[in-house]
Design a binder for this molecule. Structure first.
Ligand code: NDP
Length: 237
């Protein structure tokens, strides 16, 4: 496949899981892909070596580092912000600093990366943020900060779509349901609970999410912007 030949792609958080699948998908289709990692240099090295993409260390919790990384990447055809995580547990027990850190990674980084990318992005550019079906539906306790962070991305996409549409740039949020990664392994203790909410009773694969991202980044999706795209086996239906 060569659908992204000559395209410059930056993926924030590409060393593992969904992000790694996105890196591999764009690289396999001929794009020049750079991705960031932070805590997993070994995994990043493996993704780079096997995909041909370039790995660079950048902490998505560090606003200025994120902005600098995007700026130094030059004009991007595609920006994907995938880095993100969840905190589980009683909200009354969670340290304020831990919540602020989550919001820096899950909300501040997507906002600042998207705006910085837009400064240099050409017409036809694509910004894709990995949100979560939990931005729409939170059926269990203990994940309020995560739900907050993922629903915030919906406002980000709706608002920036207005700013960037006139320049021919789209911004969209992909909202996965349970996907089999280190963060949410299909053989983990939450499996039966999550599958109970779903019409297709299995975890999704990172490659399935990468396929939706690739479509949004491609020529057929030029009229799609400011929208949320759920891929969740009907978890949220
Ligand atoms: P993983 O934990 O498997 O991978 C997370 C990726 O994000 C890693 O590459 C990690 O890099 C990177 N990352 C995390 N924190 C930082 C940071 N501070 N700076 C730079 N990179 C960082 O998670 P998933 O693949 O499961 O999740 C990816 C995205 O998808 C997240 O935004 C998540 O919220 C979302 N999502 C996942 C779902 C699931 O069921 N798996 C469901 C819905 C949404 P490194 O290890 O190098 O730090």
């Amino acid at each position: 496949m060569t659908g992204f030949e000559g395209k410059r792609v930056l993926v924030l958080g590409g060393s593992r899981g969904i992000g790694a699948a996105i890196v591999r998908r764009f690289a396999a289709e001929g794009a020049a892909v750079t991705f960031t990692f932070y805590g997993s240099p070994g995994a990043a090295e493996d993704v780079a070596a096997t995909s041909g993409a370039t790995a660079v260390r950048t902490d998505s919790a560090d606003r200025d580092a994120v902005i600098a990384r995007v700026r130094e990447s030059g004009p991007l055809d595609v920006l994907v912000v995938n880095s993100g995580y969840a905190i589980f547990g009683d909200a009354l027990d969670q340290a304020p600093d831990a919540i602020d850190h989550l919001l820096r990674v899950n909300v501040h980084a997507p906002y600042h990366a998207a705006v910085e990318a837009a400064r240099q992005m050409p017409a036809g550019g694509r910004i894709i943020i990995i949100g979560s079906v939990n931005g729409d539906r939170m059926p269990v306790p203990g994940m309020a900060s995560y739900a907050l962070s993922k629903s915030a991305l919906q406002g980000l996409a709706r608002g920036l779509a207005r700013d960037l549409g006139p320049r021919g740039i789209t911004i969209n949020v992909v909202q996965p349901g349970p996907i089999d990664t280190d963060a949410n392994p299909e053989d983990g203790p939450m499996r039966d609970l999550m599958h109970g909410f779903m019409a297709i009773k299995r975890h999704g694969r990172p490659e399935e999410v990468a396929g939706m991202v690739a479509w949004l980044a491609g020529p057929e999706a030029g009229f799609v912007t400011g929208a949320m795209h759920t891929i969740d086996g009907a978890f949220g239906a």
